[in-house]
Design a protein around this ligand. Structure first.
Ligand code: GDP
Ligand code: GDP
Length: 449
């Protein structure tokens, strides 16, 4: 895989993006109030001034255990000009990228021409639409809702976003309109975290394993109720039990004899696949080789967290040490996010720094950015550095969701296809803001067709 992040990778097979609900309607009908009601917090800003326009923002929501993303859109108006037109266009794009649309109408005012124009736009989108008659604060007002049948969107849902009336029923209906649930995100497995110790022959894998087993109170017994592959070892490192995968391969010196390199490589790939985090050993006394590069790429492509251990640091020649940082920048530029420790399996130097590095890498691998935080950051970013204009048009990034973890996967919802360069730019900025030290991240795009 080329590039520092898999900017064009898939959104992840283990968990698709959460379903997206776009809340649309003309200004002042109560969209933000309803979004606040749905997310259960006063997160969205409600302006009391009619016609005040906002940029749409996405938030995390959860109803009866089902997680989804809700997008607050600015007021939609037909024939709007300037900024209002841009906001209307964004609302339309939010509709196009959503799974379900909640169309909010002021039930007290009744259906207006603007509402009817919005219905035409919604019909074109061919998305499932739930019609909400809002501001139904009491039973007496419920009869007003019947007038909304005239919009031809089926049964209107009477709701008071302000007081919460009817919002539970509406949420049930929203969930029912979702596409079939994506398979639950791969649950964190029970038992110890799984590490692969990988690296080319003679780099010091067995020595490190022996060092860890000796210094760290030897290999420990399996935790009750967990199954440990017989080829694995459980080792205590830094006060925590870890499962080192396929240590049998290290003990038996698989791959030592000539002609078995192919099998050694398969075995390395299998160990990486089975692990959550890989410790890639490099020989600090020798230049980084192509074989080292291949192993580093395997970890990156498998989407595993990674710690690079420069072993044999005791042999580090002072001259090389002087140039090492430059060499590392050059050779490891595709994976600037990998964590580094300089160790010696022989002397025990800095071996105790492995455990903290592993913990950091795993925390990044499992990190989840709240949708509200993610989108506040993204809104500022795309405002400051919009997508470059191509052929007179500039696609817009509307909002983003984190579709999964292990490793973190993001989906950008856009008004059209975006440049690979801009996608990488967003990925790089994501890292600058949120870190993810020690973990690859994926950024995918879902464009309005
Ligand atoms: P938006 O422009 O569509 O996002 O509308 P807002 O959420 O900003 O609400 C506009 C105004 O309507 C605010 O003053 C809200 O307090 C008020 N409002 C929203 N929902 C209700 C409701 O269910 N009942 C009543 N009485 N007022 C509401
Ligand atoms: P493996 O093939 O990756 O399992 O590598 P080994 O653990 O068998 O080590 C290969 C050789 O490097 C052995 O002769 C080790 O003694 C030596 N070695 C391993 N780690 C270090 C180290 O940190 N410093 C030095 N000087 N030698 C090491």
């Amino acid at each position: 895989m080329s590039g520092d992040d898999r900017a064009d990778g898939p959104a992840g097979a283990d968990a698709g993006p959460l379903p997206v609900v776009a809340v649309v309607g003309r200004p002042n009908v109560g969209k933000s109030t309803l979004v606040n009601r749905i997310i259960g917090r006063r997160q969205a800003v409600v302006e009391d001034v009619p016609g005040v326009t906002r940029d749409r923002v996405a938030y995390d929501a959860n109803w009866t255990g089902r997680a989804f993303t809700v997008v607050d859109t600015g007021g939609w108006e037909p024939d709007a000009r300037d900024r209002a037109a841009a906001i209307a266009a964004q609302a339309e794009a939010a509709v196009a990228t959503a799974d379900v649309v909640v169309f909010v109408v002021d039930a007290v005012v009744g259906p207006t021409d603007v509402d009817e124009a919005a219905v035409k736009m919604l019909r074109r989108s061919a998305k499932p639409v739930l019609l909400v008659g809002n501001k139904v604060d009491n039973t007496a007002l419920e009869s007003e809702v019947a007038a909304l049948w005239a919009l031809g969107l089926g049964e209107p849902w009477p709701v008071s976003a302000l007081h919460g009336r009817g919002s539970g029923d509406l949420l049930d209906a929203i969930l029912a309109a979702f596409p079939a649930p994506a398979p639950a995100e791969a649950e964190g497995p029970r038992g110890p975290h799984r590490i692969a110790l990988v690296g080319r022959p003679n780099v010091g894998k067995s020595s490190l394993l022996n060092r860890l087993a000796r210094e760290e109170r030897a290999v420990v017994d399996p935790v009750a109720g967990t199954t440990v592959d017989p080829v694995d070892s459980l080792v205590e490192i830094g006060g925590e039990t870890w499962q080192l995968v396929d240590t049998a391969g290290l003990r038996k010196r698989v791959g030592r004899a000539s002609g078995t390199e192919y099998y050694a490589s398969l075995r390395t790939a299998a160990a990486i696949e089975a692990a959550e985090v890989a410790v890639v050993l490099l020989d600090a006394s020798e230049p980084i080789s192509e074989q080292d590069q291949r192993i580093l790429s395997m970890v990156d492509e498998a989407g595993r967290a990674m710690v690079i251990a420069f072993n044999k640091w005791d042999l580090m020649d002072p001259d090389r040490r002087y140039y090492l940082d430059k060499e590392i920048d050059r050779e490891l530029k595709r994976i600037p996010w990998a964590l580094r420790v300089n160790i010696s399996a022989k002397t025990g130097r800095a071996v105790d720094r492995l455990a903290p590095a592993l913990r950091t890498a795993l925390a990044s691998w499992e990190q989840r950015i709240p949708t509200g935080v993610l989108n506040q950051w993204l809104t500022a970013l795309v405002q400051e550095t919009p997508h470059p204009v191509r052929g007179g048009r500039a696609p817009r990034v509307l909002f983003a969701t984190q579709a999964g973890t292990r490793p973190p996967k993001f989906v950008l919802f856009t008004t059209g296809p975006i440049d690979a360069g801009y996608q990488r730019f967003v990925a790089r900025k994501l890292r600058e803001e949120f870190g993810f030290a020690g973990s690859p991240i994926e950024v995918a795009v879902k464009a309005k067709k």
